[in-house]
Write a protein that binds this ligand. Structure first.
Ligand SMILES: [Ca+2]
Ligand SMILES: [Ca+2]
Length: 182
């Protein structure tokens, strides 16, 4: 696996491993869903989000032939993810995640994410203030002040797949140390 992709998966792992225990459980995925519910302030989304995150966890554990009650180390998490993508294809795995995330974040349903709407995503991951502004600026590729579905999909595809340090999508979960500052 390319070093940059590995570093991004490590970042993803660390964001999910809230308590810094060095492994993930199904509870960590449930908690991520709840953090998004809290960030958006819309509890009507909780069922749908929990279902999405539980499905994600089940896919990852089953990629390693495990059941949902197992734990995943950082190395196992990266391996499960690349197995899943390798078997089902990047677009097949990532597009439904993007659709679900977009629908949850698009509070006014106009098909675009404003800075405020997207801030809920970043806040759920603890990214706020200037970091959130910087991340939004990268992901809004055409700089029209809104993130479209296509821009969000591009961000996910690049975060999980691009080997370019300057890829805007690397900022999907905010800035972190291996990213190019430019
Ligand atoms: Ca919107
Ligand atoms: Ca845009």
């Amino acid at each position: 696996m390319h070093e940059l992709v590995r570093a991004k998966l490590a970042r993803r792992f660390a964001l999910l491993d809230f308590e810094g225990r060095g492994h993930l459980t199904r509870g960590d995925f449930d908690r991520m869903a709840w953090r998004l519910v809290e960030a958006t302030g819309d509890t009507s989304l909780s069922g749908r989000l929990l279902e999405n995150y539980r499905h994600g966890w089940a896919q990852l554990t089953s990629a390693l032939g495990r059941d949902i009650d197992s734990t995943l180390s950082e190395e196992e998490f990266a391996r499960a993810w690349s197995d899943l993508v390798g078997r089902r294809g990047f677009d097949t795995v990532v597009r439904p995640i993007v659709e679900a995330v977009f629908t949850v974040l698009d509070a006014n349903g106009d098909g675009r994410l404003s800075g405020d709407e997207f801030a809920h995503w970043l806040r759920a991951y603890g990214v706020v203030g200037e970091d959130a502004t910087l991340a939004f600026g990268r992901l809004d590729r055409d700089h029209d002040g809104l993130i479209t579905r296509a821009e969000l999909l591009a961000a996910f595809l690049e975060f999980f797949g691009s080997t370019l340090p300057t890829a805007p999508g690397n900022w999907l979960y905010g800035p972190f140390d291996v990213l190019s500052p430019i």
